[in-house]
Each structure stands twice: as C-alpha cells, then as structure tokens.
Design a binder for this molecule. Sequence first.
Ligand code: SF4
Length: 236
Amino acid sequence: MSQQTTDLDTLNVQFENTYPPDILRWAAQRYGEGLAVVTSFQPTGIVTLHMLSEVAPDTTILTLDTGLLFPETHNLIDEVEARLGLKLIRVRPELSVEQQTEAYGAALWSHQPDLCCGMRKTAPLDKALGGYSAWVTGLRRDQSSGRKTTPIVSWDAKRGNVKISPLATWTEEMVWMYIHAHDLPYNTLHDQNYPTIGCYPCTKAVAPGEQDKRAGRWAGHQKTECGIHIATLDRG
Ligand code: SF4
C-alpha cells in the first residue's frame, strides 16, 4: 500500500464526521491554486459554492458548457456567478454542436451517447483539470446505487490528482435545507420533477416519487454516468 493511499485512508476516516466547509478549507490550504471545483450547478454544487465563498472565495470554479444546456441552467449559472462572485471558467468542447453534427451526423447523443459525452464532457474536463493537483466534486452517496460508496477523498488515477467530495455523506434533504436556509438560487427545472439536470437531449423529468434520482438521465440507454466520475467510482 502506497504512502499516498495510507494518507487518503486516514483523511477519509477523519473527514467522515467533518463539516464540509472545514473539508473545503483544508483543501484550499493544502492545494492552494492547485485546487479547482468542478460543478454543473446541481443543488450539491450550489451548496459547495456557497460554502467555498465563505472559506476560500478565490478558488477556481470549472463548469462544462456543452452547448446543450437548458436555458434555465444558463440563467442559474449567471445568477450564482454574480451573487457569489465566482472565479468561474466555462469549459467548452473543441467542436461546436454544429461541427459535431457535420462530422458525426445529427443527434449523436441519441445513438452514441458515450462518444458524445466523451467529446463534449470528459475530454474537455480532462484537459482543463490537467493543471490542477486536486478537484472538488458534488458527488453524494445517496444519489444512486453507483455512488453509494463514494469516498470523501480519493486518488483519481485517470487524471493523476486528488478528488474530493466534501458532501459525500450529506443527504438530498440536507442539501435542500441548506439551500432554503441560505435563500440560494437553484435550477427552476427541479420544481418540474427534474431531480438532476444535464444536457437537454439527455435529461427527462421523472415520475413523482421515483427513488433513483438519476433515472431521468440518458433514459432508454444503459448509461448512468457521463464518464467524468467513472475512474474513481469503479474503486468503490
Ligand atoms: S449528456 Fe447527452 S448531449 Fe450531453 S454530452 Fe452527454 S450524450 Fe451528449
């Protein structure tokens, strides 16, 4: 077992009962400008950004603009960016949607969603994260069966850096309590039965009471993750 793995194991034990802002403060102090937060402005991301604005407001925030986001998502990003004064970088794919259509045909997401996610999400994010020693995600253990063993701190072998999920132990209820307690904005699509929101071609509303909160993502396909988190989730 490497020293790094031992260190991460120790941190995971320590952080299991640590309030997330304290984990974010630790991350900012340990990694400095080598730390980035990656968010798609889901509820957990909004909470993370608010906490971060109080403990380490100069941290770089990365968000993927795939060119296929809902207008409601763009409005939310603009609002949160202005309210919290984010140091926000919008990461974009090499190909515009039009260029992708020319090269691969129309609606690639409907027949090859892995290829589409690879070009529009995973590759641009991998490139953007290349210069960072650690990154923060909004993964929570209660989001899906595939995320139930998410560690708070892990080694991201694919990107060669440390991956931190400060709210891994939080529940959906805790996240929404925090959002309402701090009167934070959130994506208005959540009020229309969209529990998680990604690109509009691959996101559907779910039936009221649906237990799998990611059931509306890539409906009709076996796919449950865009690929960004696969490398570390597999370890769980
Ligand atoms: S979520 Fe859908 S549209 Fe967005 S990058 Fe993935 S396959 Fe393409």
